[in-house]
Design a protein around this ligand. Structure first.
Ligand code: ATP
Ligand code: MG
Length: 400
């Protein structure tokens, strides 16, 4: 008897009523995708639980991967035995014997399978007595045991666990629809994307770049950031929009103080067009209230005017220091601080307005026609799909 299973518990999913089945199927799919590098494992569903069958794979690295999968509340290594009293007794004993250092214990039986003939209270006593008889210097402590041996008697088998590992919580990526993340090379936007993924959002990325003023390395930085985020939710489609001509036009024809405002508006117009093409119903940005000139309420108000899509701004109320520590945790910080310039730092006005007015912006824009250049940028937009690693299982194709 060995720990050859990982029992996966999902949290909030329980609340989702009749959508629950879809949620669980998505979670199962995300788990499979996250564990692509372990070819022997199997991921199965039974009522109320998911199981990862290890088939000889080492548990540790698998649990590490599972800790990045949203929708998992907690997980435990489990011994699986037949629904036979003798087998269950041996299983409980094995679990105890593998925790030699523990001196007090408690058995907690959950009988999900009501067809099993012995009640959970009686099972607690039978198993407790059996373990006590076979292990020296051990006592029962029902209030504060050093180890709790949990026995779940289910439909087809019984699972015995001793430790709980926390999962990442949240909702399975893909259950809350898609959002187009405006991804710069900075610290904030990858964190914003990560937070939305945690609420079940599947991301696509849009990045505006301005060759030759921005380098290949700046573009690579954005692809590398995307790659980190794929670890949390599978393959991600990236739209790379050439923005040089539009930016030059904006900075030529709009007074400098308003150039940044107009540039943001044009970014949103292009983002909305891409969203329409892709059937995406929201945008996400890394804006945080008051952080820079374009992130005052007045600016957001004027910039927002060009689109009806909801703009998700998960960082709006966070301090920069919190955003930075989040980016360390998810592994994007070191990429974000690579020194390559993005389009907004190349074409930066000296003193952008913090309190722009809608009618003034509209008056400036009415004298220029960006539409042709917007069409051109859309035509020239490069699309690619970033995957965690080069090996890609086509059966996950429908994740995109
Ligand atoms: P970040 O750290 O994400 O770059 P920031 O603090 O530098 O944010 P801004 O430069 O004002 O703030 O950008 C605000 C948001 O606009 C970014 O978080 C991002 O969502 C979007 N954005 C900025 N530049 C680009 C770009 N080149 N391509 C796509 N989105 C961008
Ligand atoms: Mg930036």
């Amino acid at each position: 008897m060995t720990y050859d299973y990982i029992l996966v518990r999902y949290g909030e999913l329980g609340l989702k009523g009749k959508n629950m089945r879809q949620f669980i199927i998505q979670l199962q799919r995300n788990i499979k995708a996250a564990l692509w590098a372990f070819p022997n494992i199997r991921v199965n569903r039974t009522q109320g639980r998911l199981f990862v069958e290890l088939h000889g794979e080492e548990a540790e690295p698998i649990i590490e991967e599972l800790q990045k999968v949203y929708g998992i509340h907690s997980m435990s290594l489990a011994i699986k035995v037949e629904n036979e009293l003798e087998e269950i007794k041996e299983g409980a004993l094995t679990a105890m014997e593998q925790n030699e250092d523990k001196k007090t214990f408690k058995i907690s039986v959950r009988r999900a399978n009501k067809a099993f003939p012995i009640g959970s209270q009686e099972m607690n006593q039978i198993l407790g007595a059996y373990v006590l008889k076979n292990v020296n210097q051990l006592t029962v402590d029902v209030h504060q045991p050093e180890i709790e041996i949990r026995v779940e008697i289910r439909e087809r088998a019984t699972y015995i666990t001793t430790k709980n590992v926390d999962g990442a919580g949240g909702l399975p990526v893909g259950t809350a629809g898609k959002s187009l993340l405006l991804l710069s090379g900075g610290i904030d936007s990858p964190v914003a994307g990560h937070l939305m993924m945690k609420r079940g959002i599947q991301l696509e990325m849009i990045h505006f770049h301005s060759p030759p003023f921005t380098s290949e390395r700046a573009k690579q930085k954005v692809l590398d950031l995307t790659k980190v985020l794929t670890e949390y939710g599978g393959p991600i489609k990236v739209h790379l929009v050439p923005f040089t001509a539009l930016q030059q036009e904006i900075f030529k024809s709009i007074p400098e103080r308003y150039a940044m405002t107009v540039m943001r508006r044009v970014m949103l117009i292009v983002s909305e067009r891409i969203s329409e093409q892709e059937g995406i119903l929201s945008l996400t940005t890394g804006e945080s209230l008051g952080q820079v000139a374009s992130q005052t309420l007045a600016s957001m108000n004027v910039i927002n005017e060009v689109t009806n899509l909801p703009i998700l701004r998960p960082l709006v109320a966070l301090d920069k220091s919190d955003i930075i520590s989040h980016s360390h945790t998810i592994g994007t910080y070191d990429i974000s601080i690579r020194p390559y310039e993005d389009c907004c730092t190349v074409f930066v006005p000296k003193s952008p307005i913090t309190n722009p007015k809608r009618d003034i912006v509209q008056a400036f824009e009415s004298k220029v026609d960006f539409s042709q250049q917007i069409e051109h940028a859309l035509e020239e937009t490069e699309q690619l799909v970033i995957q965690r690693d080069t090996i890609f299982d086509p059966s996950f194709d429908d994740i995109l």
